[in-house]
Design a binder for this molecule. Structure first.
Ligand code: FPP
Length: 241
């Protein structure tokens, strides 16, 4: 598939990768196999994002609510994250993809924390071709609580004044590395946001795709980018002829 014309291409894309579980059940696999297949989809979509020259891709790997899942599934996802880092870091370096994790990553224990540090250090590059941001132990409401605590504490400690609070300070106090999402894609058929990037999707175009994440492919992704290019974005303004 050829490269799309760069005009009006979304710079910052976010994805809620839903449907791994249903894909596994409907194909008579264990749930963990669905997540495993999901990682292969991530690999393809990252490659395509580099090819189409997006600036960032932000993916929801584990939400603050996912801790309510069975221990066995949580452990399988933890193992997948470690394996994905081990397997993918050389390819990411080669493609100049800078990897960042965000959310309450400390809740995942030492082994994952060390792996994350390793991956972020190894893939660090000043001028990346793509920033790949992975939400791990992330919740949008939880992030807003954290931001509020951080800013309040800076006010109490006289580091900033109340009147200094602005969107820039809110962004800098958030764990989310990207300021504004242009396009949010959710696979798996459900039409909801599920606590992802609540603040950053203020003006995002949102696309709900029926396919489960393991079945989502490069052509589906390119179709989303192509559809996005056709949208007239007004950001609240009125276009005068
Ligand atoms: C949603 O499907 C998927 C998840 C909660 C986990 C996704 C995680 C990965 C694909 C691992 C990615 C890791 C890296 C580092 C790339 P679901 O289980 O909620 O699906 P269901 O709605 O059909 O049950």
């Amino acid at each position: 598939m050829a490269n799309l014309n760069k005009e009006n291409i979304p710079k910052h894309v976010a994805i809620i990768m839903d449907g791994n579980g249903r894909w596994a059940i409907e194909n008579s696999f264990k749930i963990s196999e669905g997540h495993k297949k999901g990682v292969l989809t991530v690999k393809d979509i990252v490659e395509e994002s580099v090819k189409q020259q997006l600036s960032s891709l932000t993916i929801y790997a584990f939400s603050s609510e996912n801790w309510k899942r069975p221990r066995s599934e949580i452990n399988a996802i933890k193992k997948l994250v470690i394996d994905a880092i081990d397997e993918q870091v050389p390819d990411l370096i080669e493609q100049k993809v800078r990897l960042k994790f965000f959310g309450h990553t400390n809740d995942f224990g030492n082994r994952i924390i060390k792996k994350i540090d390793f991956a972020e250090e190894k893939t660090f590059v000043k001028k990346s071709k793509l920033d790949l941001n992975v939400a791990l132990g992330y919740g949008g409401k939880q992030d807003i609580v954290d931001i509020t605590k951080k800013i309040s504490s800076n006010i109490l400690n006289h580091k900033i004044k109340l009147q200094d609070i602005n969107e820039k300070i809110i962004h800098e106090s958030s764990s989310v590395p990207v300021k504004e999402i242009d396009l949010l894609i959710r696979t798996g058929g459900d039409k909801r946001i599920s606590n992802f990037l609540l603040y950053q999707i203020a003006y995002a175009e949102i696309m709900f795709i029926e396919k489960y994440w393991p079945d989502f492919n490069r052509n589906d992704f390119i179709k989303c980018l192509r559809d996005f290019k056709k949208i007239k974005r007004r950001f609240g303004k009125r276009k005068v002829n």
